[in-house]
Design a protein around this ligand. Structure first.
Ligand code: DAK
Length: 282
């Protein structure tokens, strides 16, 4: 699948494979999608647009068959001096992705190294092609991951594995990533399958109530920052607050009808309004 842009960017392509799904494709094929400042600026713009769009319910970020992203742009960084980095606030906006409220799926094929692996881990769900190659090779460049790699890896795959990956710089496969819980699903090897599967999941998510989806995302992410007790208290508060939404009423009424239809087995015509929940995001 080679998506055409819905608007014009230089280093990414944006499209809507489904009306409710924004697909962002990193597009610097000659540099294996190395994440230059210009690319990151465009990515942030596209994410911002998708997050505020009324039609979009979920976002997919992908790269090419060969590379999701081979890291931050080493060529851009190699001669950087402190004064320029400091005065331009170099790569300060990398974490913008983590403030997006709508769910983001990383559809990873090929290399996801360094900043590329960190970018995938900033997303909410990672779906990988069997060819995906993950890694934090920064140690080989005399440095360490700088955009959350040490922290997110340790939280997801545990201390010993994270240490091994960060300190040896060795890459790891899609199969390992799935076994360790970093990747939620591996697709078939067929070209484009990882994007197709990701868009399918994004579409499914986008059909649920937008407020509940955002709340679910916020709460799962909160689990990484709060104690269990604080997290459970926050979950209960947000759970309570969702009773004030129209979507909850819609969902509950359909659930009740389904339940009653089940109990009274086809006999209760009054509850036979067979329709799917129609969430409005309110
Ligand atoms: N940057 C710039 N160019 C890259 C690149 C990169 N990360 N990776 C590949 N390229 C370019 C290559 O230079 C080459 O360009 P030309 O020479 O043709 O002009 C082209 O892509 C194709 O690459 P190769 O010829 O090397 O292709 P191979 O198939 O032989 O090898 C490879 C593929 C992925 C194994 C290899 O390219 C490679 O090792 N690349 C570097 C991977 C790496 O070390 N990545 C980590 C970079 S450090 C932070 C945010 C983020 C970061 C830090 C801080 N803050 C917010 C504070 C992140 C740091 C990093 O990611």
């Amino acid at each position: 699948m080679r998506p055409r842009s819905t608007r014009s960017y230089t280093y990414i392509l944006t499209s809507r494979p489904e009306p409710s799904v924004a697909l962002i494709t990193l597009n610097r094929p000659k540099a294996l999608n190395a994440l230059s400042s210009a690319l990151m600026t465009e990515l942030n713009q596209a994410l911002g647009e998708a997050d505020t769009s009324k039609e979009v319910g979920a976002i997919v970020i992908t790269g090419s068959q060969t590379a999701f992203a081979a890291g931050a742009d080493i060529k851009e960084m190699k001669d950087l001096e402190f004064s320029t980095a400091y005065s331009t606030d170099f790569i300060a906006d990398w974490a913008r992705l983590t403030q997006i409220k709508k769910p983001i799926i990383a559809a990873v094929s090929g290399y996801a190294l360094g900043g590329g692996c960190e970018l995938a881990m900033m997303c909410d769900i990672i779906i990988a092609s069997p060819t995906a190659v993950f890694g934090q090779p920064e140690i080989k460049l005399g440095t360490i991951p700088g955009s959350g790699g040490t922290q997110r890896l340790a939280r997801v795959i545990g201390k010993s594995k994270a240490m091994e990956i960060v300190l040896t710089g060795r890459t790891f496969s899609a199969a390992e990533a799935e076994k360790w819980g970093l990747v939620s699903k591996i697709t078939s090897e067929e070209e484009g399958a990882v994007v197709t599967e990701s868009v399918k999941m994004a579409k499914q998510i986008s059909e649920y109530g937008a407020l509940a989806v955002k709340a679910g995302k916020e709460l799962v992410n909160a689990a990484y920052e709060l104690s269990l007790q604080e997290g459970i208290r926050l979950e209960r508060r947000v759970f309570h607050s969702l009773f004030s939404t129209g979507d909850q009423k819609e969902g509950a009424s359909i659930q009740l009808q389904e339940f009653l239809r089940f109990i009274f087995f086809l006999g209760m015509r009054a509850f036979a309004e067979k329709r799917k929940s129609q969430f409005k995001g309110e």
